[in-house]
Design a protein around this ligand. Structure first.
Ligand code: AGP
Length: 609
């Protein structure tokens, strides 16, 4: 996830752009850049937070009233200055938010045609394609359209052309892009806050739209056909603070709603349906390496540990290699048994959790092979592991992890399929079937998020509870742990997660009319057993909130409250089941009035041991 902005008007473009980027920094902050048109393209880029770019521009300003800017959350290529946007090739400068899925093939084709790349990014492909188009005599708009025909994936781009010094051309496919209309000035941006101080009149571009922006306004077209289109202008009434949260009251709620997009970004470009396999670029491992392993150990903390517990079940099922999951803070202090025949995978959103980093380094010291599933590009854990599968969830601001968790599960799902295919423990048909199921997850998660209103109604009933139990079996046991953690950390209600079958070994003594039990019971291998556990709770006077299939009337009739989720497979059930738990925790906390995005005593990144 990155942020882009473009400006054509009467103000100093670099000032408008840097201020806009400041409001987009939540989308990424490992490098930033601007390009200004003024008798040529004037480029300035800086690694690190936006302040570095702002300082550089303050010391040596760039003048001009047409320009584009970018704040980067690296996906392809490390956070370095050559990889920072804009990418200039010939007459053309491009900023891009998204992922070009066929960048390998396009890059190979362009290199074979004599193009020389100066960055590791997928974005530079756009610059080469568009520059090649205008060099052949195409108009700028036609060159942009031609480039979109070659590229598959997600993109919002803004393009400058030295030969068209009075305009910015933009195009959108699956990545967000809005236009802003001011008096004698026109804007584009990834998100509303970037332009809200200049205009409240906004056009939401649709996939397949391109636009030519000038001082006098904009012209929208479909890039497939070139046909002009009209889109409604929306007057934005949000305050600037509300706008940063996309109109949501809290970052956590915004991030819950981002999950379909985030999971799509984790999967995007990594699936080969033809082979029933996964491109795990960054996580390189050979058949020989895998066959030589005695076991895999996954280390993590908190929510990432819950994702690891799910990853264990995926990988064991797909490969039959034993997988152990350890809390990083325990692993490192107990003389762990790891050697060169152990693969240690660290799972971390921030990539900075001190215990996870230390545990990873300790296992490397003992000779283990290392790998990581990380969200933040270039973070300490990513650098230490070397072998990394990035989740591409985008920055997570709320302390309570939501999209980081579901994207970690998606990444571990991909790893399991990849390892299974490498070893041959999954054949192509089995790989294809699992990947088909995974591709349905973003849509199903989007439908589960529609339960927000129902979750709020249930929360109103239980807002006085001081304790809650969460139950699930198999892949849903870690989901019960995660549901309980979410509730604890933001609502301060005591909660425990248990494997449902463990209830009768002790925790059932806690059941009473004041302690609701939240139970994940979509149909699956242990469905009947979980239903029996539900009835054991109900028989003892406990209130039951059940999460189950939307067509399961029997389960619905057994529960005091029901949160129906789309039908899932055993491997996809954790995704749809955790969403109502996130929503329930959120609404309970909101009703209690806690500080949801920054709960007491917690920090987003725990860099102390
Ligand atoms: C969960 O909501 C918390 N934010 C916390 O448990 C978190 O998952 C844990 O601190 C690990 O962080 P990491 O994924 O950044 O390593």
């Amino acid at each position: 996830m990155c942020g882009i902005i473009g400006y054509v008007g009467h103000q100093e473009a670099s000032a408008v752009i840097v201020e806009g980027l400041r409001r987009l920094e939540y989308r990424g902050y490992d490098s930033a850049g601007v390009a200004i048109l003024n008798g040529g393209i004037h480029l300035r880029r800086a690694v690190g937070k936006l302040i570095n770019l702002a300082d550089s521009l303050a010391a040596l300003p760039l003048n001009g009233s047409v320009g584009v800017g970018h704040t980067r959350w690296a996906t392809h290529g490390r956070p370095t200055e050559p990889n920072a946007h804009p990418h200039v090739v010939g007459r053309i400068a491009v900023v891009h938010n998204g992922i070009i899925e066929n960048h390998h093939q396009l890059r190979a084709r362009l290199v074979a045609d004599g193009h020389v790349f100066s960055s590791e990014t997928d974005t530079e492909i756009f610059s080469h394609l568009i520059n090649a188009g205008v060099s052949k005599g195409l108009s700028l708009e036609d060159a942009v359209c031609a480039a979109t025909k070659d590229v598959s994936g997600a993109y919002a781009i803004a393009v400058l052309d030295v030969d068209h010094p009075e305009c910015v051309v933009v195009a959108k496919q699956q990545s967000p892009l809005i236009l802003g209309v001011g008096a004698g000035e026109t804007f584009c941006a990834s998100d509303i806050p970037a332009i809200l101080m200049h205009t409240r009149d906004v056009i939401f571009m649709e996939d397949g739209d391109m636009a030519i922006l000038t001082r006098d306004g904009y012209e929208l077209r479909r890039f497939e056909t070139g046909i002009k289109v009209e889109r409604a202008v929306t007057r934005i009434e949000w305050s600037a603070v509300a706008a940063e949260k996309d109109g949501y009251e809290h970052f956590m709620l915004k991030e819950i709603h981002e999950q379909p997009r985030a999971i799509t970004d984790t999967i995007r470009g990594r699936i080969s349906m033809a082979d029933g396999d996964v491109y795990s670029e960054g996580m390189e491992i050979t058949r020989e390496d895998l066959a030589n392993l005695r076991r895999i150990v996954i280390i993590a903390c908190g929510t990432s540990w819950h994702a690891a517990l799910i990853g264990k079940q995926y990988i064991e099922e797909a490969t039959r290699i034993p997988v152990e999951v350890d809390l990083a803070s325990e692993f490192r202090y107990r003389n762990p048994i790891v050697d060169s025949r152990t693969l240690v995978i660290a799972v971390s959103q921030s990539g900075e959790t001190a215990d996870t980093l230390a545990a990873l380094k300790e296992s490397q010291r003992r000779g283990a092979r290392a790998a990581a599933v990380v969200n933040v590009i270039g973070s300490s854990i990513a650098r230490a592991a070397g072998n990394v599968l990035y989740t591409h969830a985008g920055p997570e601001i709320g302390v309570a992890s939501t999209k980081a968790f579901t994207t970690q599960m998606a990444a571990l799902y991909l790893i399991a399929v990849r390892f299974g295919r490498i070893l041959g423990t999954l054949n192509a048909d089995q790989g294809r079937a699992l990947l088909t199921d995974l591709l349905a997850v973003p849509g199903d998660v989007a439908r589960a998020i529609e339960l927000s209103g129902a979750a709020r109604d249930i929360a109103k009933t239980y807002v006085g509870a001081t304790s809650a139990l969460y139950l699930g079996r198999g892949l849903l046991h870690p989901i019960a742990l995660e549901g309980a953690l979410k509730l604890k950390e933001i609502s301060y209600i005591h909660a425990e997660g248990y494997a449902a079958g463990e209830m009768k070994h002790g925790p059932i003594a806690l059941v009473d009319e004041f302690t609701p039990t939240i139970i994940a019971a979509p149909r699956g291998p242990t469905y009947e057993k979980t239903c029996s556990n539900l009835q054991e709770v109900a028989a003892r006077g406990g209130a039951v909130i059940a999460i189950g299939d939307e067509d399961d009337d029997e389960l619905r009739s057994m529960a005091d409250a029901y949160l129906p989720v789309p039908r899932s497979t055993p491997w996809t059930a954790p995704f749809v089941s955790v969403i109502p738990m996130q929503l329930l925790a959120y609404h309970l906390a909101d009703l209690k009035g806690t500080d949801i995005d920054q709960p007491r005593n917690l920090a987003k990144s725990v860099t102390v041991e």
